[in-house]
Design a protein around this ligand. Sequence first.
Ligand SMILES: N[C@@H](CCC(=O)N[C@@H](CS)C(=O)NCC(=O)O)C(=O)O
Length: 198
Amino acid sequence: MPTLYDFELSGSCYKVRLLLNILGVDYSKHGVDFVNKEHKNAEYVKLNPFGEIPIYEEGDLRLRDAQAILIYVAGKYDPARTWWPTDPAAQARIAQWLSTGGNEIMSAAGARLVKILNYDLNLPALQARANATFKILDAHLANRQWVELGHPTIGDIACFPYTALAGEGEISLEPYPNIRAWIGRMKQLPRFITMPGI
Ligand SMILES: N[C@@H](CCC(=O)N[C@@H](CS)C(=O)NCC(=O)O)C(=O)O
Protein backbone atom coordinates (compact mmCIF):
# COMPACT_ATOMS: atom_id res chain seq x y z
CA MET A 1 0.00 0.00 0.00
CA PRO A 2 1.36 3.51 -0.80
CA THR A 3 2.52 5.77 2.04
CA LEU A 4 2.17 9.55 2.01
CA TYR A 5 4.42 11.63 4.26
CA ASP A 6 1.77 14.09 5.23
CA PHE A 7 0.90 17.19 7.24
CA GLU A 8 -2.79 18.02 7.54
CA LEU A 9 -2.36 21.78 6.99
CA SER A 10 -0.10 21.45 3.95
CA GLY A 11 -1.76 22.32 0.65
CA SER A 12 0.97 20.39 -1.16
CA CYS A 13 0.08 17.22 0.75
CA TYR A 14 -3.62 17.95 0.25
CA LYS A 15 -3.16 17.93 -3.55
CA VAL A 16 -2.06 14.33 -3.27
CA ARG A 17 -4.70 13.35 -0.68
CA LEU A 18 -7.39 14.85 -2.93
CA LEU A 19 -6.38 12.86 -6.01
CA LEU A 20 -5.88 9.64 -4.03
CA ASN A 21 -9.36 10.03 -2.60
CA ILE A 22 -10.97 10.87 -5.94
CA LEU A 23 -9.40 7.78 -7.48
CA GLY A 24 -10.25 5.60 -4.47
CA VAL A 25 -6.65 4.59 -3.78
CA ASP A 26 -5.97 3.01 -0.38
CA TYR A 27 -2.90 4.48 1.29
CA SER A 28 -1.41 5.07 4.68
CA LYS A 29 -0.30 8.39 6.12
CA HIS A 30 3.03 8.95 7.81
CA GLY A 31 2.55 12.13 9.82
CA VAL A 32 5.35 14.72 9.59
CA ASP A 33 5.75 17.19 12.46
CA PHE A 34 6.09 20.16 10.12
CA VAL A 35 5.61 22.78 12.86
CA ASN A 36 8.67 21.41 14.70
CA LYS A 37 10.60 21.08 11.41
CA GLU A 38 10.82 17.31 11.29
CA HIS A 39 11.16 17.74 7.51
CA LYS A 40 14.59 19.31 8.07
CA ASN A 41 16.04 16.58 10.32
CA ALA A 42 18.76 14.23 9.11
CA GLU A 43 16.50 11.18 8.83
CA TYR A 44 13.92 13.02 6.75
CA VAL A 45 16.47 14.74 4.51
CA LYS A 46 17.83 11.31 3.61
CA LEU A 47 14.40 10.63 2.09
CA ASN A 48 14.01 14.07 0.47
CA PRO A 49 17.20 16.15 0.29
CA PHE A 50 15.04 19.23 -0.38
CA GLY A 51 13.57 18.91 3.11
CA GLU A 52 10.00 19.33 1.90
CA ILE A 53 6.68 17.55 2.18
CA PRO A 54 5.06 15.57 0.63
CA ILE A 55 6.94 12.36 -0.06
CA TYR A 56 5.14 9.39 -1.62
CA GLU A 57 6.39 5.82 -1.32
CA GLU A 58 5.10 2.76 -3.09
CA GLY A 59 7.22 -0.39 -3.11
CA ASP A 60 10.70 0.62 -4.26
CA LEU A 61 9.47 3.94 -5.63
CA ARG A 62 9.99 7.10 -3.60
CA LEU A 63 8.81 10.41 -5.06
CA ARG A 64 9.12 13.97 -3.84
CA ASP A 65 7.19 16.91 -5.31
CA ALA A 66 3.41 16.92 -5.35
CA GLN A 67 3.22 17.42 -9.11
CA ALA A 68 5.39 14.39 -9.83
CA ILE A 69 3.26 12.38 -7.42
CA LEU A 70 0.04 13.51 -9.15
CA ILE A 71 1.45 12.33 -12.50
CA TYR A 72 2.32 8.93 -11.07
CA VAL A 73 -0.93 8.39 -9.18
CA ALA A 74 -3.12 9.51 -12.09
CA GLY A 75 -1.10 7.45 -14.57
CA LYS A 76 -1.30 4.35 -12.43
CA TYR A 77 -4.73 4.51 -10.76
CA ASP A 78 -7.00 6.17 -13.32
CA PRO A 79 -7.54 3.48 -15.97
CA ALA A 80 -9.72 5.86 -18.02
CA ARG A 81 -6.76 8.29 -18.12
CA THR A 82 -8.97 11.37 -17.88
CA TRP A 83 -6.88 13.01 -15.12
CA TRP A 84 -3.58 12.55 -16.98
CA PRO A 85 -4.32 11.59 -20.58
CA THR A 86 -1.76 9.78 -22.71
CA ASP A 87 -1.77 12.21 -25.64
CA PRO A 88 1.50 14.23 -25.61
CA ALA A 89 -0.19 17.54 -26.46
CA ALA A 90 -2.75 17.02 -23.68
CA GLN A 91 0.06 16.16 -21.25
CA ALA A 92 1.99 19.27 -22.21
CA ARG A 93 -1.08 21.46 -21.77
CA ILE A 94 -1.63 20.03 -18.31
CA ALA A 95 2.08 20.26 -17.45
CA GLN A 96 1.89 24.02 -17.91
CA TRP A 97 -0.49 24.11 -14.94
CA LEU A 98 1.43 21.54 -12.93
CA SER A 99 4.32 23.94 -13.22
CA THR A 100 2.19 26.98 -12.33
CA GLY A 101 0.83 25.09 -9.32
CA GLY A 102 4.33 24.19 -8.14
CA ASN A 103 5.85 27.60 -8.84
CA GLU A 104 3.94 30.87 -9.20
CA ILE A 105 0.97 29.80 -7.09
CA MET A 106 3.40 28.79 -4.32
CA SER A 107 3.75 32.52 -3.64
CA ALA A 108 0.32 32.28 -2.05
CA ALA A 109 1.61 29.32 0.00
CA GLY A 110 4.53 31.45 1.18
CA ALA A 111 2.20 34.29 2.19
CA ARG A 112 0.13 31.78 4.16
CA LEU A 113 3.25 30.45 5.94
CA VAL A 114 4.01 34.01 7.06
CA LYS A 115 0.50 34.44 8.45
CA ILE A 116 -0.10 31.03 10.03
CA LEU A 117 3.43 29.85 11.02
CA ASN A 118 5.28 33.19 11.32
CA TYR A 119 7.75 32.42 8.54
CA ASP A 120 10.21 35.27 7.97
CA LEU A 121 9.45 35.93 4.30
CA ASN A 122 8.65 39.04 2.28
CA LEU A 123 4.86 39.07 2.61
CA PRO A 124 4.06 42.01 0.27
CA ALA A 125 6.27 40.53 -2.48
CA LEU A 126 4.63 37.12 -2.12
CA GLN A 127 1.15 38.64 -2.16
CA ALA A 128 2.00 40.72 -5.24
CA ARG A 129 3.33 37.70 -7.13
CA ALA A 130 0.30 35.64 -6.13
CA ASN A 131 -2.05 38.39 -7.29
CA ALA A 132 -0.23 38.68 -10.62
CA THR A 133 -0.67 34.92 -11.05
CA PHE A 134 -4.33 34.93 -10.03
CA LYS A 135 -5.01 37.69 -12.54
CA ILE A 136 -3.66 35.45 -15.30
CA LEU A 137 -5.51 32.38 -14.01
CA ASP A 138 -8.75 34.35 -13.73
CA ALA A 139 -8.46 35.56 -17.34
CA HIS A 140 -7.63 32.02 -18.46
CA LEU A 141 -10.77 30.70 -16.76
CA ALA A 142 -13.03 33.38 -18.24
CA ASN A 143 -14.17 31.07 -21.04
CA ARG A 144 -13.25 27.70 -19.55
CA GLN A 145 -14.60 25.45 -16.84
CA TRP A 146 -11.23 23.75 -16.15
CA VAL A 147 -7.63 24.78 -16.73
CA GLU A 148 -7.25 22.56 -19.83
CA LEU A 149 -9.08 20.04 -22.01
CA GLY A 150 -12.60 20.97 -20.91
CA HIS A 151 -12.60 18.49 -18.05
CA PRO A 152 -10.88 18.21 -14.66
CA THR A 153 -7.27 17.03 -14.75
CA ILE A 154 -4.31 16.97 -12.40
CA GLY A 155 -3.59 20.50 -13.67
CA ASP A 156 -6.65 21.68 -11.75
CA ILE A 157 -5.64 19.69 -8.68
CA ALA A 158 -2.12 21.16 -8.70
CA CYS A 159 -3.44 24.73 -8.81
CA PHE A 160 -6.40 24.32 -6.49
CA PRO A 161 -5.14 24.15 -2.86
CA TYR A 162 -3.07 27.31 -2.56
CA THR A 163 -5.53 29.25 -4.70
CA ALA A 164 -8.42 28.22 -2.46
CA LEU A 165 -6.29 28.91 0.66
CA ALA A 166 -5.20 32.37 -0.55
CA GLY A 167 -7.29 34.14 2.09
CA GLU A 168 -5.10 32.63 4.82
CA GLY A 169 -2.21 34.61 3.33
CA GLU A 170 -4.41 37.70 3.28
CA ILE A 171 -4.86 37.56 -0.49
CA SER A 172 -8.45 38.28 -1.43
CA LEU A 173 -10.09 36.33 -4.25
CA GLU A 174 -12.81 38.98 -4.51
CA PRO A 175 -11.30 40.45 -7.73
CA TYR A 176 -11.27 37.01 -9.39
CA PRO A 177 -14.82 35.82 -10.10
CA ASN A 178 -13.74 33.13 -12.59
CA ILE A 179 -11.37 31.63 -10.03
CA ARG A 180 -14.13 31.65 -7.41
CA ALA A 181 -16.49 29.86 -9.82
CA TRP A 182 -13.78 27.26 -10.61
CA ILE A 183 -13.21 26.69 -6.88
CA GLY A 184 -16.94 26.04 -6.59
CA ARG A 185 -16.75 23.49 -9.41
CA MET A 186 -13.76 21.78 -7.79
CA LYS A 187 -15.74 21.39 -4.59
CA GLN A 188 -18.49 19.61 -6.53
CA LEU A 189 -16.20 16.92 -7.92
CA PRO A 190 -17.26 13.38 -7.02
CA ARG A 191 -15.28 12.14 -3.97
CA PHE A 192 -13.96 15.66 -3.27
CA ILE A 193 -12.41 16.03 0.19
CA THR A 194 -11.56 19.26 1.92
CA MET A 195 -8.85 20.43 4.33
CA PRO A 196 -8.86 23.07 7.07
CA GLY A 197 -9.14 26.53 5.50
CA ILE A 198 -10.99 25.39 2.35
N1 LIG B 1 8.08 21.37 -4.98
C1 LIG B 1 7.42 20.85 -3.81
C2 LIG B 1 7.31 21.93 -2.78
C3 LIG B 1 6.45 21.52 -1.65
C4 LIG B 1 6.54 22.50 -0.51
O1 LIG B 1 6.92 23.67 -0.67
N2 LIG B 1 6.19 22.02 0.65
C5 LIG B 1 6.25 22.87 1.80
C6 LIG B 1 5.10 22.62 2.73
S1 LIG B 1 3.55 22.87 1.94
C7 LIG B 1 7.54 22.55 2.52
O2 LIG B 1 7.82 21.41 2.79
N3 LIG B 1 8.32 23.61 2.80
C8 LIG B 1 9.55 23.47 3.51
C9 LIG B 1 9.64 24.53 4.57
O3 LIG B 1 8.78 25.40 4.64
O4 LIG B 1 10.57 24.47 5.35
C10 LIG B 1 6.04 20.33 -4.15
O5 LIG B 1 5.34 20.98 -4.92
O6 LIG B 1 5.67 19.27 -3.63
